[in-house]
Design a protein around this ligand. Sequence first.
Ligand code: MD3
Ligand code: FE
Length: 203
Amino acid sequence: DCDEILPDVYLLKGFALQQASQLLITIEQINAQSTFRKMQTPGGFYMSAAITNCGDVGWHTDRHGYRYTAIDPLTNLAWPEMPQCFRELAETAAQRCGFSDFNPDVCLMNQYEVGAKMGLHQDKDEKDFSQPIVSVSLGLPIIFQFGGASRNDPKQRIPLEHGDVIVWGRAARRYYHGVLTLKPGQHPLTGPYRYNLTFRKAS
Ligand code: MD3
Ligand code: FE
C-alpha cells in the first residue's frame, strides 16, 4: 500500500480513513487549548491557512521570522501534548515506507478555508534532515504540488483526499512543495474545511 510516486516520496492512499473521525475529535480538543490562528510572515503578510501545533515544540512565524518554540505565543503555555493516536499513525506510516525509527516531536496542523493555499516552499527549519516528514490530509480535497530541490524544477500535481498520507524523506526532504487554492465544498466530517497534519522531528 506504500506507493512510491517519486524517489523517496510515498503515497499511502486512504491510510488514515478508518481513524479519521477520531483524529478530527482530537484536532478539536487541541484547537480548544491552542486555537488555529493565521500567522504573519517576516514579510508582513498573513498566511491564508490557520495554524496550530501539538508536541514538545511548535512551528511559529511572525514579523521576526520562522522558528520552533516550546511555548505557544498566544497562550504563553506549552503547546498541547502530542496525542498517542497521532504519534501511532505517523510512526506506522513512516515504518511502512522504510523509515523504521521516526520519532516526531511536533505535529504542525494546518486548517484551510475556501480560498486558502500554501505557496511553493521548502521545510527547512528542522535540525535533522535524516528524519522523514509524514503528512495526513483530512476533509475537503486539494491539489498538492511538488517539484525538486530547486525552485525552478518541473512540478507535479497530485490530488490529496480525505485520509491520504504522504511520507517523504532522504532526497525528497528538501523538495519544494505547496498546495493550490482550496475550492468550495462540503465534507461530511469537516464541512467547508481541509486539515493537514505534518509530523516532523524538529530538534
Ligand atoms: C514534500 N503543508 O505545512 S503537506 C507544511 O497540505 C506543508 O498543508 C502542505 O507543506 C499541506 O509545511 C503540504 C505535504 C508535504 C509537506 C512537506 C513536504 C509534502 C512535502 C516536504 C518536502 C517534500
Ligand atoms: Fe511544507
